[in-house]
Design a binder for this molecule. Sequence first.
Ligand code: ADE
Ligand code: ZN
Length: 333
Amino acid sequence: MAGLPKAELHVHLKGTVEPADMFAFAARNDVRLPWASQRALVAAYDYTGLDAFLTLYWQGCQALCTRADFYDLTLAYLRRAAQNGIVRAEMFFSPQNFLPRGIALADQLGGIGEAIKDADAEWGIRGEVIIVAQRHRSESEALDLLSLLRPHRDRLLGVGLGGPEIGNPPGKFARFFSAARQQGYRLTAHAGEEGPASYVREALDVCRVERIDHGYTATAEPDLVRRFADDGIALTMCPLSNLRLRIVDDLAAYPLPMLLDAGVLVTLNSDDPPYFGGYLNANYEAVGRSLALTREALAQIARNGFTGSFAPAGDIAAGVAAVDAYLEGPQDS
Ligand code: ADE
Ligand code: ZN
């Protein structure tokens, strides 16, 4: 199913940096990384949980400094995305890692925007940006970020919430989400990755987000599963990430069949691909194999990627039609 047309809805741009590129960025920016070599970095891709991962991931961000870095990072991800059959990528980006180092928002978003344009021209892939506020920081910092984004509003699709979940419930950002909604941003939030199902309820009830990033812990609550299905709330699930972060022990028990049966818009995504061992097709392959999913189940997940996206209705319909057309074409397996 590698060539199946897909949308990726949950990928962190700075989490797409390949080890070789991280070392190249560090060298050209004269930044000293805490790992002696690429091999040492890859050996450190072994986490006890989300917080341990985030510590390493934020160290890696130190290599990114200039507009050219953000351009190269984005273009490299979109190239790989196109190779994975992705035709639409809604990419998370959090400026809060870079603003304290004096890297101008215009350089961050300018580099990303330029790469999105070039990737569309080169590979016909549509890239969009969702700005993520970091939940361990204060809501007033998130509101300051929203003000800083004002001049760039036109080129941004939505806002989300990421970072260390436990102890930082979505309700902490109620005013941030309310202000973003008023400015026309689409809304999403990481919830139910390590945190309890109550955080997912809070994201929906208090922050009024339109979809849930991960949502894994909520899948054990039948009332929430029914609500996702009834209200068309997509879940952007990331199996290889959940495995590496020890959210799950074994993908053989991953709740995809139950969610598909319940009519939930469950989607597959890569989160931070090099850090978790695979891009989008590797995530499809891993669950396809572990759960013995049918071709139709995988196709439904791909359709859900478009239906659950923040694309205009016409683009959603075209994405779903592209999945159907692919299935009707010559069989590749
Ligand atoms: N930022 C990057 N990856 C993340 C994840 N899996 N959870 C929360 N924040 C993140
Ligand atoms: Zn994520």
